[in-house]
Design a binder for this molecule. Structure first.
Ligand SMILES: *Cc1c(COP(=O)(O)O)cnc(C)c1O
Length: 369
């Protein structure tokens, strides 16, 4: 069985480096924020090309804190994509605002910028573009719309650490960029962790206060959260950051092989915009008859996942928003047809071949042409 992901492959070659870094934290007995976290925040800001970075407890909290710092209020409308992890829209609900979904571009699966304007109302305050699977949304277009309607952009870069759009890094193009260090993300911690990147001193100060109960010098003017990055996670991530570019390149090489092998027929490999460096946190194909396809796919030889089987507008928790099946045809089509395939650092050539053979043979057997 080819695993969907195997985190040990990335860990074992750098085991010593990581254990030393964790050892240094244990020696210091300083576990929450502190020097190691501050140093790592500096490294992330430098990597992403932003002025500031603020370590927080998760990618979800990075979104919540960004919305709070942007002064989003109950009843405000926030535009986002229905084809994303649930945390994106959940963060909007958490601050009392209303998610407003806009269908995706059927090529890239990212929010379709050309459909955003028609969803804007006087209550619209912000847009959260999600860089799905590791590929940036078309941010030039998003920025144009945001400028026209005076909307704040909060990037959900949780799946796209290290991705670029033109000469900009994911997380450096909005008012804030929200990163997740969930273990399976391209830069993954040994637990939960997140980061906000920003060029705005105002957002920086505000999020730094909000992540620790709104406290500034012992005074809290606004209730916040307890949402901080641990020193142990920062130490681990700081070591991993030195390797992340080579890991991304490895993912790109695997994706290139997959792309070539699947270019022949009725398997649709991911489409990448010319301006983008895709980081392939997930390598996701679309196939015509998914159920039949999966049933016959090489007797369970290939572990796979479906991201995402239920679009957000059809999730029970968002029923109160009043959306129905049929509202977002591109999203619904894609969520019924995608399959994410194994891709990870340390994946061997022969493992890649087994995946390629399984997919190409399934296509042949079922004459999906
Ligand atoms: C992983 C993810 C998040 C949430 O990150 P956590 O660190 O798990 O809270 C948010 N948005 C997207 C698109 C994600 O993939």
């Amino acid at each position: 069985m080819i695993p969907f992901i195997d985190l040990k492959r990335a860990y074992l070659p750098i085991e010593k480096e990581i254990q030393e870094a964790i050892g240094a934290v244990l020696d210091s007995q300083s576990f929450i924020l502190g020097d190691i976290v501050e140093q790592f925040e500096r490294e992330i800001a430098d990597y992403c090309g932003t002025e500031y970075a603020i370590g927080v407890a998760s990618g979800t909290d990075a979104l919540v804190l960004s919305l709070m710092a942007a002064e989003i209020l109950p009843g405000d409308e926030i535009i986002t994509t229905p084809f994303t992890f649930i945390a994106t829209a959940e963060a909007i609900v958490r601050v009392g605002a209303v998610p407003v979904f806009v269908d995706i571009d059927p090529q890239t699966y990212n929010i379709d910028p050309d459909r955003i304007a028609e969803a804007v109302t006087p209550k619209t305050k912000a847009i959260i573009p999600v860089h799905l699977y590791g590929q940036c949304t078309n941010m030039q277009k998003i920025k144009r719309i945001a400028d026209e309607y005076r909307l704040v952009i909060i990037e959900d870069a949780a799946q796209a650490f290290g991705a670029t759009h033109g000469d900009r890094m994911a997380g450096s193009m909005g008012k804030t960029g929200c990163h997740s260090f969930f273990p399976t993300k391209n830069l993954g911690a040994f637990g939960d962790g997140g980061m906000v990147t920003t060029d705005s001193k105002l957002m920086y100060d505000s999020i730094r206060a909000l992540r620790r109960h709104g406290l500034v010098k012992g005074r809290s003017c606004r209730s916040g959260l307890n949402s901080r990055l641990d020193a142990i996670q920062a130490a681990v991530l700081s070591v991993k950051l030195r390797h992340v570019d080579s890991w991304i390149m490895e993912r790109q090489r695997i994706a290139e092989r997959y792309d070539e092998a699947f270019a022949f027929g009725n398997v649709f490999p991911p489409a990448t915009d010319a301006d983008n460096r895709h980081t392939y946190n997930l390598y996701t194909i679309a196939v015509p008859k998914r159920e039949a396809f999966l049933q016959s796919m090489s007797h369970d030889e290939i572990d796979h996942r479906i991201y995402y089987p239920i679009p957000l507008h059809l999730q029970p928790c968002f029923e109160y928003l009043g959306y129905r099946r049929g509202d977002f045809p591109a999203t619904e089509y894609v969520s019924d047809h995608v399959i994410s395939l194994p891709i990870y650092q340390g994946m061997t050539q022969s493992e890649q071949e087994i995946v390629i053979d399984a997919i190409t043979q399934t296509v042949r057997i079922h004459a999906f042409y």
